[in-house]
Design a protein around this ligand. Structure first.
Ligand SMILES: Nc1ncnc2c1ncn2[C@@H]1O[C@H](COP(=O)(O)OP(=O)(O)OP(=O)(O)O)[C@@H](O)[C@H]1O
Ligand SMILES: [Mg+2]
Length: 250
């Protein structure tokens, strides 16, 4: 069964169409990667899947666990089992990280044990739990805070928007090892630019977003290799962007 299906999706933000005719699905238990140049629409696609206000679906549908969620409010999607670690999460003044985490859990014992373990694995000091969410956190600390929250949630579909950007070599190893262990066998949608995190997470498939549309889909490592070798210019030439089939990866 597919955990997520996106069908013919077009999306408008502030009067501008930023996503066009997006089609892809993630079978349960698979890891799919989204590649694409800056501004191609990756984070917008994630926010649309989460149902953020302002991301207006012009046409198409989104299905999660077999249920149509295109018009469902964000909190219901989260309750249904979606979790996301954002690329640029906001700081939340007056709300402690520990309070947010407790809100996600069913019982106190579960909270303390699970969060305590993830904190240790992430090498993230417990005093962050008493700080306002992301307020004054460094870039790397913010990434860890997002990863802690999404892993604590233990969602049925985990969405990671650039978990490896702005993270130093040693912390990349730490984050990579934790994600690899905790997401084993789980359904994941992952955005990465340079693919560092793919040293730790085995991806089943990748999709390349170009100018708001999926230009091609195929093996994550093959596509990454091509992107690192030639940049996205090979993709700009792809006939698929003009509405035809990608000859390289399909
Ligand atoms: N809320 C918004 N208001 C106005 N424009 C928006 C909004 N959200 C996204 N956009 C625009 O949509 C386009 C796609 O942005 P998005 O953040 O999805 O790109 P991205 O592929 O995630 O890029 P990056 O790799 O830099 O993170 C950009 O031109 C962006 O300015
Ligand atoms: Mg982005």
């Amino acid at each position: 069964m597919d955990i997520l299906t996106v069908e013919d999706l077009s999306v408008e933000v502030s009067g501008r169409t930023i996503l066009r005719d997006i089609n892809f699905s993630i079978p349960e238990g698979e890891v799919h990667v989204l590649f694409g140049p800056n501004g191609s629409g990756k984070s917008s696609l994630i926010k649309t899947i989460l149902g953020f206000p302002g991301y207006k679906v012009l046409s198409g549908s989104i299905f999660f666990k077999g249920k149509e969620i295109t018009d469902m409010p964000t909190d219901e999607r989260v309750k249904l089992g979606m979790g996301v670690a954002f690329q640029n999460p906001p700081a939340v003044r007056g709300v402690k990280l520990g309070e947010i985490l407790k809100g996600m859990m069913r019982n106190r014992e579960e909270v303390e044990k699970r969060i305590g373990n993830i904190l240790k694995e992430l090498n993230f000091p417990t005093d962050f739990l008493t700080r306002d969410v992301n307020l004054g956190f460094s870039g790397g600390e913010t990434k860890k805070s997002e990863i802690l929250q999404v892993l604590a949630q233990d969602a049925d579909l985990t969405i990671l928007d650039e978990p490896d950007s702005g993270v130093d070599v040693e912390n990349l190893q730490v984050i990579g090892a934790v994600l690899s262990r905790r997401l084993k066998g789980k359904s994941v949608l992952l955005v990465t630019h340079l693919g560092y995190i793919l040293r730790y997470i085995d991806a089943d498939m990748a999709h390349v977003l170009m100018d708001g549309t999926i230009a091609c889909s195929g093996s994550a490592l093959k596509i990454l290799g091509q992107i690192l070798k030639e940049g996205y210019s090979w993709c700009e030439k792809c006939p698929r962007v003009k509405g035809l089939r990608c000859e390289v990866f399909l």
